[in-house]
Design a protein around this ligand. Structure first.
Ligand code: HMG
Ligand code: MG
Length: 300
């Protein structure tokens, strides 16, 4: 398959990126991050999540963040919602779109959302109907598609079953997520090839954490497999609180740099994106996780 001319990057920094931070981050800093990202040209930003504040305290202020962001037309401001309660809060907050999240591993499902995979599907049904009534699109994540922190290897066939269910339920996009970043390009290609037997490629996306430094290679492998939508987090922020040791999503700056090198259009301004990443890294008082941003700092 040849490379595409256009790719969509969906920005995870404010949600997947910040959810794991132990120290409280001010509402103003979160809002500034979202606004910086929309100004840089990101057309889809996951702003926060409406999950139990006992499970993920950092996301407790998501409603207030939604209230204060500057809405740019054409930008989709999305929220992660595990159940109907979360969906209702997201709707009230003015989320344009929501995402539900399932896992390909039973143990991860229990640890992350406190129920089995099949119970999670039952919980998602009312979210899907409420979203349909409200005219809200729903994205569906499948976690642990290339390995589980508790169960180890996960067969592609098992991922395909969960992905198929989310797609059949009405998710417009099913996001194969390498939660712990153990996947390699061959396994990634094979996974998309298997899942694409049931789900058209334009309804699939990739979400790669960069723990083992494989994420860019996995994105390239996915491009060759016909995938056109990828998640990333500015400055490589983040990790999942229920996947110990896993680092953040691949840095948006690094993905953008690679795509630009391949002549693929995204609509995102690299300099503004680097500035957004540097600013939030300064707030967090740590060096950016983006190699491209670091190289640019060394240049200057
Ligand atoms: P539970 O304890 O089984 O829930 O948690 P419950 O239904 O029994 O309710 C217990 C209490 O939580 C009740 O309150 C509910 O009202 C409240 P109480 O009556 O005791 O005062 N509650 C809520 N509060 C706020 N918002 C809600 C909500 N739902 C119930 N939506 C639950 C089940 C799903 C809520 C919990 O396990 C949870 O919040 N899990 C979320 C964990 C999470 O956010 N993980 C990180 C995001 S996933 C991720 O990062 C992976 C991804 O990036 C892809 C990848 O990389 O793999 C997407
Ligand atoms: Mg993630």
């Amino acid at each position: 398959m040849s490379l595409p001319t256009v790719v969509t990057l969906k920005e995870m920094g404010p949600r997947d990126g910040l959810q794991n931070e132990a120290r409280a981050i001010s509402r103003a800093d979160k809002v500034r991050l979202v606004d910086d990202l929309s100004r840089a040209g990101l057309s889809h930003i996951e702003v926060g999540s409406f999950v139990s504040p006992r499970w993920v305290p950092q996301m407790a202020g998501s409603q207030a963040v939604f209230a204060d962001i500057e809405r740019r037309s054409g930008t989709v401001y999305a929220a992660l919602t595990p159940n109907l309660k979360g969906f209702e809060q997201a709707l009230q907050a003015g989320a344009d779109e929501v995402a539900i999240f399932a896992a390909a591993s039973e143990t991860f499902s229990q640890r992350n959302i406190n129920c089995s995979i099949s119970e999670s599907m039952q919980r998602f049904e009312p979210v899907m109907s409420a979203a349909a009534s409200a005219g809200i699109r729903v994205r569906g994540y499948v976690s642990c598609v290339l390995g589980c922190p508790y169960e180890g290897e996960i067969p592609a066939s098992q991922v395909a079953i969960v992905a198929r269910e989310l797609h059949a339920m009405g998710c417009y996009e099913t996001v194969l997520s390498d939660t712990i970043g153990t996947g390699t390009p061959g396994a990634t290609r094979n996974l998309f090839a298997v899942v694409a037997r049931d789900i058209p490629r334009e309804h699939l996306a990739g979400h790669f954490h960069d723990t083992y430094g494989q994420a860019l290679a996995n994105i390239y492998a996915s491009l060759l497999e016909g995938i056109r939508v990828f998640d990333s987090a500015v400055a490589g922020l983040g990790g999942c609180p229920y996947a110990r040791g896993a680092t953040g999503n691949v840095a948006s700056e690094d993905v953008l740099y690679m795509l630009q090198g391949l002549g693929i259009h995204t609509g995102i301004d690299l300099e503004l994106l680097i500035q957004a990443g540097n600013r939030i890294s300064a707030v967090l008082n740590r060096p950016t996780g983006s190699r491209v941003a670091r190289a640019r700092q060394a240049d200057h």
